[in-house]
Design a protein around this ligand. Structure first.
Ligand SMILES: [Zn+2]
Ligand SMILES: [Zn+2]
Length: 133
């Protein structure tokens, strides 16, 4: 069981699934939504996530995507696309123990900021992960 939530702890979740597609995303939309140079995500089935306190607030962040955040403190929490309805992405650093779900690659590296340096040997895909194409 993975546990996590937002910074102020108003929103808390439990996840009963094995994470997949662990990544560090460099895309411009994650960047702007989180106010951070990169955002780490992992993927689980939507039905495996249970919000056990307050519900996050959701908003449409693009034609196909919905993001959620804590309505009290603003922590970025989830991403979901209508293109992949079986996937719910969770912001890795909203976990109580982010070390449990380390990234396995970089995505949208073509959008990487000039002052961000990748200092690992993980694959870096220019856009989405190769296996998702
Ligand atoms: Zn909060
Ligand atoms: Zn992104």
């Amino acid at each position: 069981m993975l546990r996590g939530g937002c910074f102020c702890r108003a929103v808390r979740y439990e996840i009963d699934a094995q994470p997949t597609k662990e990544t560090i995303c460099h895309c411009t939309m994650c960047r702007h939504a989180a106010g951070a140079p990169i955002v780490a995500w992992f993927t689980v089935p939507p039905g495996s996530v249970r919000f056990v306190a307050a519900e996050p607030r959701r908003y449409r962040s693009s034609e196909h995507a919905t993001r959620s955040f804590c309505p009290d403190c603003g922590t970025t929490l989830t991403y979901q696309s209508t293109r992949t309805p079986g996937d719910l992405d969770i912001a890795t650093c909203s976990l109580d123990e982010p070390e449990q779900v380390p990234p396995r690659d970089h995505t949208f590296s073509r959008s990487m900021l000039s002052w961000v340096t990748i200092a690992d040997d993980l694959p870096a895909w220019p856009t989405t992960r190769e296996s998702d194409r």
